[in-house]
Design a protein around this ligand. Structure first.
Ligand SMILES: Nc1ncnc2c1ncn2[C@@H]1O[C@H](COP(=O)(O)OP(=O)(O)OP(=O)(O)O)[C@@H](O)[C@H]1O
Ligand SMILES: [Mg+2]
Length: 566
């Protein structure tokens, strides 16, 4: 519906072009019957003039129709790509746990390309054929109603099998596209982890997996092509079989004197139009079904709704952020692992400006608590509150604007160092970016990069060391300057010297905001207001370092391992 203007213009151009073309057989008929038979030069000249004029109109408007319809195809696809991306980028983590990103990319490229060829070129041919078919049928009726009646009786015989086979093509095409998406998913996954693949010399294994996927997608395509080839044969045989039959009847009518030779010639040309249009339509029908198969998946993506959404009337956070956090009896299981509790009746109150450290064994649920605070998931029971508002009642965007995260796995983008830091606050000035970098002890190493702040960091920041990447991520959080700061192992990849620098920067940063710190190295959290010990999704103890050393067996064991027997 969005493109109805263009579509109407295309249709108009098509009608003019088709009318011009359909007038040619009439000219031919009068040429034969009035010109040749009457031996009249004047008439012959006039009809050839008609011929040429019709050809010029036909050519001009055919070009216009082609332009409009192809434009439409490109426009539709551009809008679909845009729409899919807009949807996908807002999906929650649960979606990406079941959908590989390579798969989505494949949908956005190969499936849309299919739709493009259908909504552009094929639609153009289909429209033209359809109009020619209709016009041809009308002209046939005018030429010989009786013969046309036979044609119409034959239509269901021709069309029904084509529609049935078309359905099959659609199913097979969808499967084939799924297999193509599988190969993209596989390739994307391994190419993103190319160093691991090569370090473990898994190249042959991965090649075998990929070859198997490619060959499956090939076989799925072959199944589709076979059906499609059958459809082509069926279409042509049925259509031209019908025409042969009718012409045979027409020839007998001429012999019997019921029709003139000119009429039969005219009838013959219209039959060819009708026949070739019908054949083209049956072929296009196969293409359209193929496009429909691809479009099914795309519309699934276009209609995908994130499980995490803003409520209809989201509550607003107080204009002046306080920075309080509350977990109240929160229990949670990841959707992909419903039988284990990642958090189990987890309760915690964090006051404004307080710094709380989470420690505990790997897999205890520390990062999970951050995920719930950012509302990437909703808890099964219990509530998570920020500034005394249940986060489920907030617009996730407003919530996340108040939180700065330095994640456990640093993520950089294929941009310059400056732009990567600026992701913290897109409207920050260059001076503010540099100030943040200084605070994160990143300024010196960035300046030593070949082009300083304008150095391109490579896809996913692969041209930096782990510790350098981490400092960029910290600078990003510092630049954002949020009321709540979440540090998930923020200094784990740093050497002792940089860690001391970053640590002191972070301490300044923590002063006037609420901070949750996850740390394995207890030395980094010894001075923190309150340390919370988490084990198997539950808070097992909390208090100061000295208190926990005395009171909690798990903590004192961890401390003993790290600081020695003393
Ligand atoms: N996306 C996920 N889907 C399913 N289970 C998950 C997912 N992420 C984490 N888990 C599981 O949830 C539990 C808690 O994980 P979490 O990441 O919170 O641990 P953690 O305390 O941060 O550990 P670490 O110190 O190793 O980072 C683990 O048992 C983990 O296997
Ligand atoms: Mg973690």
């Amino acid at each position: 519906m969005r493109y109805r203007g263009t579509l109407a213009c295309a249709l108009g151009a098509l009608l003019v072009a088709s009318t011009a073309m359909l007038s040619l057989p009439v000219a031919l008929r009068y040429l034969i019957d009035n010109g040749f038979v009457a031996n009249d030069v004047e008439t012959v000249n006039r009809y050839f003039g008609w011929f040429f004029a019709a050809a010029v109109v036909f050519g001009g408007f055919a070009a216009l129709r082609f332009y409009l319809v192809t434009w439409l195809g490109e426009r539709v696809v551009a809008d679909i790509r845009d729409g899919v991306y807009r949807r996908i980028i807002r999906m929650d983590p649960t979606f990406f746990e079941v959908t590989r990103t390579g798969e989505v990319l494949s949908r956005m490229t190969t499936d849309t390309t299919l739709v493009q060829s259908i909504s552009g070129v094929s639609l153009s041919i289909a429209l033209r054929s359809l109009v020619n078919l209709m016009g041809g049928l009308v002209m046939l009726t005018l030429t010989s109603p009786r013969l046309t009646l036979y044609i119409l009786l034959g239509v269901p015989v021709v069309v029904l099998p084509i529609i049935l086979v078309g359905r099959r093509i659609r199913r097979q095409s969808r499967v084939a596209q799924d297999r193509v998406a599988d190969t993209s998913g596989l390739a994307g996954e391994t190419l993103n982890a190319i160093e691991t693949v090569q370090a473990f010399t898994l190249e042959d294994l991965q090649v075998r997996r990929f070859t198997a996927a490619v060959s499956e997608s090939f076989q799925a395509a072959v199944r589709r092509i076979r059906t499609r080839a059958g459809l082509t044969a069926l279409g042509i045989i049925l259509v031209f079989g019908a025409i042969t039959l009718i012409l045979w009847g027409g020839s007998r009518a001429v012999l019997a004197g019921a029709m003139t030779g000119g009429q039969l010639a005219q009838f013959l040309m219209y039959s060819m139009f009708v026949g070739s249009s019908a054949a083209a339509l049956s072929e296009i029908w196969g293409e359209v079904q193929r496009g429909a198969g691809a479009m099914e998946r795309l519309s699934e993506l276009l209609q995908a709704e994130p499980g995490i959404q803003a409520p209809d009337a989201p509550q607003l956070l107080p204009a002046r952020p306080m920075g309080t956090i509350r977990f109240d009896q929160v229990s949670f299981s990841y959707p992909s692992r419903p039988e284990t509790r990642a958090l189990d009746r987890f309760s915690l109150d964090v006051g404004a400006g307080e710094t709380v450290a989470f420690v505990g064994p790997s897999g205890a649920g520390k990062s999970t608590s951050f995920q719930l605070l950012l509302r990437f998931y909703d808890p099964l029971t219990g509530v998570v509150e920020v500034d005394n508002v249940d986060v489920a009642r907030l617009d996730p965007e407003q919530l996340r604007q108040r939180i700065g995260l330095v994640p456990q796995e640093t993520v950089l983008f294929g941009e310059t160092a400056r732009e990567n830091i600026r992701y913290g606050r897109p409207d920050a000035s260059d001076a503010e970016v540099e100030q943040a970098a200084r605070a994160a002890a990143a300024h010196d190493f960035i300046r030593e990069l070949p082009e300083g702040y304008d150095t391109f960091l490579g896809e996913r920041g692969t041209r930096l060391s782990g510790g350098q990447r981490q400092r960029i991520a910290i600078a990003r959080a510092i630049l954002k300057d949020p009321p709540i700061l979440l540090l998930d192992e923020a200094t784990s990849s740093l050497d002792a010297e940089s860690e001391r620098l970053v640590q002191s920067a972070l301490e300044v940063l923590m002063q006037d905001r609420t901070t949750l710190v996850i740390a394995h190295r207890l030395a980094t959290v010894k001075k923190v207001d309150r340390i919370v010990v988490i084990d198997r999704g539950r808070i097992v103890a909390s208090g100061s370092h000295d208190h926990l050393i005395r009171e909690n067996a798990l903590y004192s064991r961890l401390a003993e391992l790290q600081f020695g027997g003393a």
